[in-house]
Design a protein around this ligand. Structure first.
Ligand code: GLY
Length: 549
């Protein structure tokens, strides 16, 4: 096929030169403009991420944190960790009462749930080391969007109405107001003046425009006023870390994903290695057997996740090699009963309140580079708190730590030590930005929001492509399930999984719970035969778009 430009076919975008897929069509277009100017994937993702902080504030952010997997044009892959950190004043028992019990939901709600934001530092680090277009040109489009406004969409308008507000603050209540203090309706222009000022500071001063100067002063002032913990020292000390990605191979493809403090990469590779033990010629996607094996593989993967993983700077002896080795996966797979559901044991682990609102960006450039970036505020609109002078929302990421040591219950808590709260520690994440290469070239760029479901939706989408040869849109939309060790049940997409498979899984002893949706995937796949990229955003994303050129 000869492509003059990008074309749309069956809800997928096909393009020769480059592509950006994100939760906002406006933000994807901004990334494409950067690529067309000659920028690389890091430049494009930087501009897209800043734009998403304006157009998709439920999860796009400068007040949260995240991860980048970057494949450069010379087939070198690295990861950048800009996960939030616990403030220096944080402590292991900060969410407990005098008798050591968790104060209900205190780790998710209120000012103490806010971790030291990492996004600005992470994007700055990535750009300084790997970017080619001047920094100010990458932040400017977001400033324009915030200052001049953009049209409020139905999706965005609905998203804030689905968010429960924290009763002690009103930042979000007025967040979607126009200067006349009336709520901006779909079709009207939404301007974010205060956010534009904060972005100008970041444009002009780089990282220091957020962690130092008037923005930092205002963050600290906000903390003081609301009994928060973040100080100037926390902001000054914040640092992103470049880490070796977690590597795996599956049927000749190389997989690169996020290492701890994300649990995503380790659990993904462990599960793919177990999946590789299936005699694939004897299994169909649309079969009870396949979904049964997925559940049992997830049960093992998520037990390991909870038991072993945390911030690598505080846990020096995590058995990463063993968890991701082919040999140990063979042994683990042999333990699976092929015909019957097993049971998760009480010494297993759960953590029910993972925020599910995160957002993912996939990018490829014309130089052979690719970026997979996932970042988050934890809950939808994070803590819901912010300073009206700054115009952005703070995360509530402290809820991703284990809040009470030793308290691991069937009903819902993890108490294992690798992820207990310590000053300046990063909380364990499930974000799984991933790049798959074939013949040293980008082949599949994929990621999703969804709390702990992220690992499983990315896992299944990769399997759909590599094992069942699905196209990217088909792989993203195919029925997905989720098991996370505890609670011992299987979430499935009500409108997608067939009744026959569902009923047979129940007969095998699985406890099934129907949900509307799992994941919200943003993916790009390389078509080797025709040498073009095919991109698709999940139909769960009302404003999401793949844009190519
Ligand atoms: N806050 C969701 C995650 O990091 O996995």
């Amino acid at each position: 096929m000869f492509l003059l430009n990008a074309i749309e076919l069956n809800s997928q975008i096909i393009a020769k030169n480059g592509m950006v897929v994100s939760d906002s069509d406006i933000a994807s277009q901004i990334g494409i403009d950067v690529l067309k100017k000659g920028g690389n994937a890091i430049d494009a993702v930087t501009a897209t991420a800043f734009a998403l902080a304006v157009t998709f504030p439920a999860a796009g952010n400068i007040g949260g944190g995240g991860f980048i997997i970057y494949l450069n044009s010379k087939n070198k892959v690295t990861s950048i960790d800009f996960r939030e950190k616990a403030p220096i004043l944080a402590s292991e028992k900060m969410f407990q009462n005098e008798t050591g019990d968790l104060i209900y939901n205190s780790n998710h709600k209120g000012v103490k749930a806010i971790g030291v934001p990492g996004t600005v530092d992470g994007l700055y680090y990535a750009h300084k080391k790997y970017g080619t277009i001047p920094w100010n040109e990458l932040v400017q489009p977001a400033i324009n969007l915030a200052r001049n406004g953009f049209i409020m969409t139905i999706g965005l308008f609905n998203s804030v109405n689905n968010r429960k507000f924290h009763p002690t603050q009103d930042f979000l209540k007025n967040y979607f107001n126009n200067p006349q203090k009336k709520i901006v309706k779909p079709g009207e222009i939404w301007i974010q003046k205060a956010l534009s000022e904060t972005l100008i500071s970041i444009r002009d001063e780089g990282r220091n425009g957020f962690y130092d100067g008037w923005v930092a002063d205002e963050i600290v002032e906000f903390m003081k006023k609301n009994n928060g913990l973040i100080t100037h020292k926390d902001l000054k000390n914040y640092n992103s870390v470049e880490r070796d990605p977690i590597k795996g191979d599956y049927k000749g493809y190389k997989i690169y994903s996020m290492p701890p403090p994300s649990s995503g990469g380790v659990t993904l590779i462990s599960m793919l290695n177990m999946l590789e033990q299936i005699e694939t010629e004897k299994i169909n996607f649309d079969s009870t057997k396949y979904f049964h094996l997925l559940i049992e593989i997830m049960r093992i993967g998520f037990f390991e996740r909870a038991k072993y993983l945390g911030d690598p700077d505080f846990n020096l002896n995590m058995p990463i090699e063993k968890l991701t080795s082919k040999v140990s996966s063979k042994t683990k797979f042999k333990l699976i009963n092929q015909n019957k559901a097993s049971k998760s044991l009480i010494n297993g682990i759960n953590h029910p309140n993972d925020g599910e609102n995160t957002t993912h960006i996939s990018v490829v450039d014309k130089f052979g580079g690719a970026v997979s970036l996932t970042y988050t505020l934890e809950d939808s609109f994070g803590s819901g708190m912010g300073s009206t002078k700054l115009g952005f929302i703070f995360n509530n990421e402290m809820g991703d730590f284990n809040p009470v040591a030793g308290l691991t219950t069937e009903a819902g808590l993890i108490g294992t030590s690798p992820n207990l709260i310590e000053p300046e520690k990063r909380m364990l994440s499930s974000m799984t930005p991933t790049i798959v290469t074939k013949n040293k070239k980008p082949y599949l760029i994929i990621g999703s929001p969804g709390g702990r479901t992220i690992i499983n939706t990315v896992f299944q989408t990769i399997a759909n492509v590599l094992l069942f040869n699905m196209g990217i849109k088909e792989a993203i939309e195919a029925p997905k399930i989720h098991h996370q060790w505890f609670p011992d049940n299987v979430r499935f997409e009500k409108n997608k999984l067939s009744d026959e498979i569902k009923n047979k899984l129940i007969l095998m002893g699985h406890n099934l719970i129907g949900v509307e949706q799992l994941g919200n995937l943003m993916g790009i796949l390389f078509d080797e035969k025709n040498k073009y990229f095919i991109g698709a955003s999940d139909s769960a994303s009302p404003d999401g778009a793949a844009i190519g050129y």
